[in-house]
Write a protein that binds this ligand. Structure first.
Ligand SMILES: [Zn+2]
Length: 115
């Protein structure tokens, strides 16, 4: 799925790495399991490179466990794929306008990271 056409007609390139329009949707109950897996990977790692490889395998497994979400840079819709290999999205979410400081999910996240 290298590209997708949003419902607003914007074409979004999905194959850019890293993709600034892409988000991993991590289910809150899964975070503790991820932390446990990271701790175990650190304990078992034979080297820094080995640990790094295990961390990448956790976050980018062959069978991904996180839905992937793309934000349309034009209309702000969120496009949810249950798996990166799915040809079609599982959901489209349309952003409702609010009087907030952020104009997109991406800018919201970038703001949090910068602080
Ligand atoms: Zn759009």
């Amino acid at each position: 799925m290298p590209k997708i056409r949003c419902l607003c007609d914007e074409v979004i390139n999905l194959s850019v790495i890293p993709n600034k329009q892409e988000f991993k949707l991590i289910w809150e109950p899964l975070i503790e399991k991820l932390i446990d897996s990271l701790v175990n990977a650190h304990r078992q790692a034979k080297s820094d490179e080995d640990f790094e490889k295990q961390v990448y395998n956790l976050f980018y497994p062959k069978q991904p466990k996180f839905p992937e979400v793309y934000e349309c840079p034009n209309c702000g819709r969120l496009i949810v794929f249950s798996s990166p290999s799915d040809p079609n999205p599982a959901f489209w979410f349309q952003r409702e306008p609010v009087n907030g400081e952020a104009d997109s999910l991406r800018s919201l996240v970038e703001k949090i990271i910068d602080n």
